[in-house]
Design a protein around this ligand. Structure first.
Ligand code: 13P
Length: 249
């Protein structure tokens, strides 16, 4: 059975006090049957982990650097994350691709090094509005996956979660319709099945991300190939995040 997952990507939001207070509120989550994850900013990963030590909420990172160490000012390595007990990271978020020029070559390197080091990844992908309007969204997504995760060995897929995040739906209030999400998730599952086999494609959790809110979560998550969500804005409010999790349980 595929895992149901709801992950909150806090992006560059919340200072120390706000981080601690949101975590305090999250301790009352009702998360039966759902893996809950949160991705606070780098400076607050350790304290978040400590505060959630006795809770079933995994603290994950939003990014990682592909080099093991050295003169890479401002970056954070896999070993640094592992040394504070972080075992999962997002890779390939569209904001990293767009604002930090992370292309498929860099992303493949990140994916490879992170998995080799025994960490899990949530690999994000998705088309922008122009691609969707010109009906190229399937080709774009296929390309993003073929240049990265589909190059991996079958064994690596045990540590991969995918997140389809159409760029035009992120932070815009415009969500992909449940049908659009289902159609893409099914397409991705088929790509995985063709590249490996059904045992892989059927075991992979594929999350949807892009303006998920308590009001639309139910419809989206009810689709058969949608295994949960990667939540931005609505993850910053414990009550909204909790509502979204409850829909999945
Ligand atoms: P929003 O939920 O704010 O649209 O963000 C989605 C996202 O980018 C999660 O990674």
């Amino acid at each position: 059975m595929r895992k149901k997952i709801v992950a909150g990507n806090w992006k560059m939001n919340n200072d120390l006090d706000q981080t601690m207070s949101l975590i305090e509120d999250l301790k009352n989550l009702e998360s039966k049957g759902v893996c809950v994850m949160i991705a606070p900013a780098f400076p607050f990963l350790k304290i978040s982990k400590d505060l959630l030590e006795d809770y079933q909420i995994e603290v994950i990172s939003q990014n990682v650097h592909q080099k093991s160490k050295g003169a890479y000012t401002g970056e954070v390595s896999i070993d640094m994350l592992k040394s504070i007990g972080i075992s999962t990271t997002l890779i390939g978020h569209s904001e990293r691709r767009a604002y930090f020029n992370e292309d498929d070559i860099v992303l493949f390197e990140k994916v490879r090094c992170t998995l080799d080091a025994g960490m899990n990844i949530i690999f994000c992908f998705g088309e922008d509005l122009k691609d969707r309007k010109s009906n190229k969204h399937f080709d774009i997504v296929k390309n993003q996956l073929e240049n990265t995760v589909l190059k991996l060995k079958k064994e690596s897929w045990e540590n991969i979660i995918l997140a389809y995040e159409p760029v035009w739906a992120i932070g815009t209030g415009e969500t992909a319709s449940p049908e659009q999400a289902q159609e893409m998730h099914q397409y991705v599952r088929n790509c995985i099945s063709k590249c490996y086999d059904e045992s892989v494609s059927e075991s992979i959790s594929i999350l949807y991300g892009g303006s998920v809110k308590p009001s639309n979560a139910n419809e989206i998550f009810s689709k058969k190939d949608v295994d949960g969500g990667l939540i931005g804005g609505a993850a910053l409010l414990a009550s909204d995040f909790n509502e979204i999790i409850k829909v999945n349980s």
